[in-house]
Each structure stands twice: as C-alpha cells, then as structure tokens.
Design a protein around this ligand. Sequence first.
Ligand code: MG
Length: 383
Amino acid sequence: MASTMARAGWARDPARSRGRRLGAQHDPEGAAAGPEQFRLDRDRIVHSTAFRRLVYKTQVFLNHEGDLFRTRLTHSIEVAQLARTLARSLRLDEDLVEALALAHDLGHTPFGHAGQEALNACMAGHGGFEHNLQSLRVVDVLEATHPGFDGLNLSFEAREGILKHCSRRQASLLLAQEPGGPARRFVEGGAPSLEAQLVDVVDSMAYRLHDIDDGVRSGLIGLDDVAGIPLVGAHWLALEGEGGEGRRRLHEALRRTRTALQQDLVDATLGRLQAGEAAAAAGRTVGHSPALLRQTEALSRWLFARLYRHPQVLASNRMAEEVVRTLFAHHHADAATMPPEFADRADRARAAADYVSGMTDRFAREQHLRLTGRDPFADLAGA
Ligand code: MG
C-alpha cells in the first residue's frame, strides 16, 4: 500500500531513490520495489535480529530494574509513532520516516550511553566506537539474515538518514570505502533530508518526555518536583484543581506538553518551508520555534542535572562500564570465545566490539557472571 498522504515536493520520493547499497542482481525484491522502496526498508528493519535485541537494551533505566521502564525497543516505537504523525502534517515520506525512527538506535551497546562510552574507551587506538556509525554497520554488514548478501541492503536514503552524526575524519574513511556514499555530506557539507531531521528532533522530544515518566516511576524524580520542570511544569500547574492527581495528572501534563511541542514543530517547520528557505543549508529546517527551542534546551539541562547524573544512575553506569570492559577484554584477548562469524575475522578489536555491542543487557550480564562469578548489579542492589 502506498502512503495515504500527498507527499510534498520537499519530501524524499521513493520512485527517485538513489538505489540500494548492493546491485540488483543480489536483491530481486529490492530491484522490484519501485515506489515502495522505503516501505521495504522499514519492513527489513522490523524483521532484523538487531531490532529484536532492542527489547533487552537499556534506554536510561537498566532493563532488570523494572518491567515498565522504556527500553530501546519501546522508545523506538514511540519515536516512530510520533514521527509518522508529524510526517503526515509536514507531508514528508511517512515510510522513510518510520524506517529511520525504527533504525535510529540499532547500533546501541547494552546499558545505554554508559556501555557506549566504555566500549569507545576499549576501542581507543582501534578506531573508536560510536553508536550512530554502528547503526550503519548493523544495517550494512552485521545483520546476517539474507542468503545472498550481508546486511539489509537498504536504500541510499535510509542509510543516509541513519548516519546522522559523523566526524570529518570518520566521514573521510567511509567515503574512501564507498565514494559518493552517505558519508559525503559530512565532507562536502549539505543538509540531511527533512525526514532525517524530523526523526532526530522527535527522538529528543520522545526521550525527554518519557524519561520524566520513567524518572517518576523509579522514584528518582518526585511528583513534588514536577512543577519546577521547564516546559512540563507550566502544564502541570495549569491542571491544578482539574481533578486528576498524582500519576494521572503527570500523564496529562506530559500529554499536553507533547501536543504543544508537536503543534509548534509543525507550525515553525511549515513556516520555514513555505518561506522558501535559507535555514535548509544549515540542516535546521525541521524544528521548533526559537521560543520553544530554548525551553526544550532548559528541559534537557534539568534532566541532566536531576536524572541522568543522579547518584543512583551514575552508580549503575559504573557497573555497566565494568561489565562491558570485562567482556571486551575477554573476547579481544581470545577470539575463539566468540561465535565463528566474529572469531574468524582479521580485525580482532573490531570483531570484539561488534560482538559485545550487539549483546542485550541481559546476555551481557549473564556472560559477565559466567566469566567472573560476579554480578556487579546484584552487588549494587545489596549495597
Ligand atoms: Mg533514540
């Protein structure tokens, strides 16, 4: 089924895709997709192994800390839902937006940003580790589910959108391997597609709001604190005396904040698009009005100070780092401890990073216990 909306001239058009990574001879289904190219990308992402792993990967709260906290999977689904709704209002390509949203966290290590930082430190001297570059590696080469080729053989537009950040040095390396590839805009300049810009903004919108909900659920943020949260606090205060209290009032305040953010994003973005656009060159066409942007930045600072750097979050981050460091050192030192598709590779450091980064929180924790006889998270809970 084609998208139900009328795509605007500013949207990416699947019928004019720059094609798939590998030639049509490897991929008859891709060659036949025509105007359904981006829908095929979306389908391949949903059916990938990497996508299913997101269910046991941490967003902020570790997976074992509670069943109702967001995981990377539920986060990705929330981003996809919000982004698809907004894509319709902005008349962007909904299938491409959904594909990018569902793929945007595929390269994350176990244990959220703590895991990525530990793995990046392990890979110092071996080219480093960055989750965004890893997302592209996952869809290009690591996913091993097709008999005819490595990776998912996604469209250029999907791959370009997945590679949302890239240093110039990394971009030059990628470009040497694939001239004209998705890294080109990081070397030559140029804005990401509007679809990619939207997913990036919505990623932040989604996690800022759901992390408040998870923060309250965990008890690290008190309901007494909500009135002081930038942006959300005003909606919370406006609900005074309206009946709902506690968690219901919080949900309503978050819902109203989200609605306000969505409306502002659509109005500000359509205004810029219809004005014809100097902002496009800077890659900031899709986004909030200056007033709301300042408030979302204040909200981010609040979350860093009160949640992401909460002593309890930092303590479990240290345990996560220890687990990742131990597993990397073990598999790097003895490649035969990894499954053959990793053990047989010439670049042992990259193979170990690929293997460890693909682990879920739960698997990494079990492997660490098996190797060392110690579960640092249990130590933490008992402390
Ligand atoms: Mg995300």
